[in-house]
Design a protein around this ligand. Sequence first.
Ligand code: 5CA
Ligand code: ZN
Length: 412
Amino acid sequence: MESWTGHEVPRLPGEGVPLRLYDSARQGVHPSRPDGAATLYVCGITPYDATHLGHAATMITFDLVQRMWRDAGLTVRYVQNVTDIDDPLLERAERDGEDWKVLAMRETALFREDMESLRIIPPAHYVGAVESIPDIADRVLVLLKDGAAYRLDDGTGDVYFDISATGTFGYESNLSRAQMREIFPERGGDPDRAGKRDPLDPLLWRGAREGEPSWPGGDLGPGRPGWHIECAVIALNLLGDRISVQGGGNDLIFPHHECSAAHAERLTGAAPFADHYVHAGMIGLDGEKMSKSKGNLVFVSRLRADRVDPMAVRLALLAGHYRTDRSWTDELLVEAHERLDRWRRAAAAPSGPSGEAFLTELRARLADDLDTPGALAAADAWASGTLAGTADDPSAPTLFADALDALLGIRV
Ligand code: 5CA
Ligand code: ZN
């Protein structure tokens, strides 16, 4: 499906710095060293409600990854999906008496606008689950023939993945079996389904049901895809057997990324599926994770409608480290507006302290697992020096503005 429209990213002088990122599988910060082309797959929205600040924070995180890679001279191939068929979408459409396709189209369109306003560089391929169904069905069939998947014999046509198929299940999330067992049903899993080999086996293909949309699955029979196989197949088809970064919020560590990695690894024989599994913290409101099911949401589109500067929204989200679960507050937005105003006044000054020194510090902070609090502190220090009026590098204000634009996605 269509992506959104991007904008020019300024090219910065000097050398970019190789990015180091925390990998959930290895539980540590490691250099991200793609040779030549870097490949990024980010788990996108399930479009049954508008983009909230949690989605925005996650998308901004991976936007920074892309900006750092580009600055370091890498070519970036970026794919993001839209889960435009899944239970939550059908349930919401049913609740509101709406056509699920229309609901998905409307919310996806709004998401694109939100992403554009936040200056997120668009993915080269923005791909829906629905348009990927023939490819997904083909891959499920391969797993079935290969013995890595099995069909329940209850007449439903449902196909499950056997989590013992790779021999390494659990390496990505590092969770104990008991922890997995607890989380699985909270995130779409069905441990108690009769006939499964293992309670943690995830659904690959749901056989057609009366009153539910379904697609011809060839030899699989009619039905629709499970969730994890969707992301595995889209990533494999567009980015190859091994990707640099698999990204999403930390609510996807298990079972989603564990299972999609297992599916991909069994299909290709290449492991690990991703060099880095990178997870953004949850943005909450009043101490609770912001989620569509809880209804405690602050929408990007609502803020835009209230004429809040999207750059202030972006800056407010960058004020915390991406891996930290954190709360959105009105205070955060007030501070971001003040900071943006200071940065704008400084960028408009005739001269400032060394622009090169600022750029070096900004690159160093972001290269260290996207240390945005450190990056913002560096920009604050440069702006204070400029507004104090004692420094005399006339090229610095332009370099300051370009660096913020290229690396933080903040246009002053
Ligand atoms: N379609 C699936 C991924 S394949 C999905 O999780 N959709 S979603 O709409 O629920 O979330 C979209 C993206 O935003 C995911 O990467 C998810 O991890 C992230 N996300 C969801 N809620 C939050 C939150 N409160 N804070 C930060 N990120 C979040
Ligand atoms: Zn996904």
